[in-house]
Design a protein around this ligand. Structure first.
Ligand code: ADP
Ligand code: MG
Length: 103
């Protein structure tokens, strides 16, 4: 990251800029390994999204796992849902050609 501000105000960069949350990260990891659904509830800007991205980043190297982040808040219909869901999944596929084919 090329800004001079060490305090991020948006998005997730890397574990270097992410503080603490070790036990929370472990709990999410454990839920994923055990196939459990999990709900994070807090006021906004408490770090839910960051925590999810952080856990995905740390677990990203584990084999047989793929991670997709989909924000469903702006979806108002099944068509919206399908568009957002496929955008998230297809966006992760490797080559532009395979993206077009899958779409
Ligand atoms: N553990 C953390 N260490 C450093 N910055 C954090 C941490 N958790 C959240 N942030 C920062 O705080 C801001 C709000 O976090 P965010 O995950 O978007 O909150 P929420 O999803 O709960 O609204 C973001 O800029 C994020 O980068
Ligand atoms: Mg959020």
């Amino acid at each position: 990251m090329n800004t001079s501000n060490p305090f991020l105000i948006s998005g997730y960069q890397s574990p270097n800029e992410f503080c603490d949350r070790e036990s929370e990260t472990d709990r999410i990891r454990e839920a994923i390994h055990n196939g459990r659904n999990l709900t994070l509830i807090s006021w906004r800007r408490m770090g839910k999204t960051g925590l999810i991205h952080h856990t995905f980043h740390l677990m990203g190297k584990e084999k047989d796992l793929s991670f997709f982040y989909v924000d469903l808040l702006p979806t108002l219909s099944l068509a919206d849902f399908i568009r957002e869901f496929s955008k998230a999944v297809i966006g992760k596929l490797d080559s532009p050609t395979s993206k077009i084919i899958k779409k």
